[in-house]
Design a protein around this ligand. Structure first.
Ligand code: GLN
Length: 210
């Protein structure tokens, strides 16, 4: 059974996310069709969803004005997986600490935009990520950090400089870095195919339907 993946395509690395989803699916012998989401009406057909980085102010404005925001919320409420990266993480958070960003409140975390300072605008770090055996080559670009996970259900998957940079809450994975910018698709694999609460139809189920 083929899966439908959506990449929120109002801004950011859309083609790179699509390619990473295809690589993660191929590694598991799964068929996937990736759709770019620029308007409402498409998310309800998606089994899994990625929200790329870019500029969180712009992304939040567009997902709300295009009517995509309530569909992303409904997708998560239905127990389907979402990977929100960098600016996508800021938009998915419950507190962006910036009133220009209208958050979706899908991850109980507050974030600090551009948290790693000017000297470190962009950098790559070998990141130990809970659930991955070897360090992940994480590319940070004007990245946010997660300030606070207190009181919520978000679990920290990785930290850098003592600051959380990857979290998971239910079927939502948020990363401060850009997992679409390396050939290593393990973060997409983790978010979409190794998510214990995700409802992506299992291969065994698919094989039963002849
Ligand atoms: N600095 C951007 C913001 O705060 C995020 C950068 C990114 O997504 N690479 O929205």
């Amino acid at each position: 059974m083929s899966l439908t993946a959506g990449v929120v395509a109002v801004q950011g690395d859309v083609a790179e996310h699509a390619a990473a989803i295809e690589r993660a699916a191929a590694a598991r012998d799964r068929d996937v069709t990736v759709r770019e989401i620029r308007e409402s009406g498409l998310v309800p057909d998606c089994d899994l969803l990625a929200m790329p980085g870019g500029e969180s102010t712009t992304i939040s404005r567009l997902v709300h004005s295009e009517g995509i925001a309530p569909e992303i919320r409904a997708h998560v409420e239905a127990g389907k997986p979402l990977l929100a990266t960098c600016a996508g993480l800021i938009v998915a958070s419950s507190d962006p600490n910036d009133n220009r960003v209208e958050e979706l409140g899908l991850l109980d975390v507050s974030v600090e935009r551009n948290a790693f300072g000017r000297q470190k605008d962009s950098f790559e770090a070998p990141l130990a990520v809970d659930g991955l055996e070897d360090p992940y080559p994480a590319v940070f670009i004007r990245a946010p950090a997660i300030d606070d996970v207190a009181g919520g259900d978000a679990r920290v998957l990785a930290s850098w400089d003592d600051r959380p940079v990857a979290v998971k809450q239910g079927t939502v994975v948020g990363t401060a870095f850009h997992p679409e910018l390396t050939p290593d698709s393990r973060i997409h694999g983790l978010a979409f195919f190794e998510n214990e609460t995700a409802t992506v139809p299992a291969l065994e189920d698919a094989q039963q339907v002849d």
